[in-house]
Design a protein around this ligand. Sequence first.
Ligand code: FO1
Length: 306
Amino acid sequence: MRVTLLAGGTGAARLACGLAAVLPSGDLSVVTNTADDDEFWGLLVCPDTDSVVYRLAGLFNDRTGFGVRDESFHALEMLGRLGEPTWFSLGDGDIGLHLLRETLRRRGAGLAEAMGEIGRRLRLPATVIPMSNDPVRTKLCTEAGEMGFQEWFVGHRCEPPVSAIRFAGLETARPVAAAVAAVKEADLIVIGPSNPLLSIDPILALLGTHLDRDRVLAVSPVVGGQALKGPTVTLMAGLGEEPTALGVARRYAGIAGDFVLDIVDSALSSGVAALEVRPHVLNTVMADAAGERRLAADILGIRTGG
Ligand code: FO1
């Protein structure tokens, strides 16, 4: 079964691992959000793409929640000694991947082509495809002024309330052809448990017209009114969205015929069904590799469009 996962952030990267473990090699494509990307010291950092790559490669740093495991920060220490701001922690191993990505891009490769080469060299069990080769950058309008996502998320620890979100470059960005193909050719498209506003909306803006609702299943990133990781609930509430699994189902009702919500939210099932969306109550918490495989197997066991 060919599956395409739309992914941004930690939860979706975990589900990518679970799906890769239960699907035949070559059956999984992961289209990643690039709006969180940012440049640091001339290096393009792609957090949502790289978290999927590192998890699939078994290199992810579970202690910090980003970058490479067993990481050192000697380059960052030198930058600090040279008077550079070091609020964004780039590790030495992570920098290694960024250096190859920059080299490939300087030789003319687009971001997606560069990530394809890096994926092959890491022998990834899935194809990781950034949604666009064109720059798309999240800009958050806050009381402290407009700022980039990493500046808000890391630099300001998600503290300034967000009154509006825009994606600079999205209006002219083109989806990567391989991402369009991955969506069109998939037997099942899974919208991962990612922040709908920050991670999934940019991908849908580029690929939404290629989605067939009966082949799309969305997984709630909100469990019991809480996001398991990241600022999803705070952001949704601040922007007047209902920060619950039902609120997420409502956002996706037009594009996903199936919606997975967690056991703790089973009381919301009828509300989801009232949206003409098929609810599926599963244990969506992936505490470890076994949990990732379990959720992936449960999702594949659902007959979508049935
Ligand atoms: N998150 C942090 O909270 N602090 C950091 O210093 C940090 C550095 C970092 C470096 C590379 C990378 O790929 C991700 C990094 N992240 C860091 C995580 C990143 O801000 C988030 O993962 C995403 O942008 C949101 O999902």
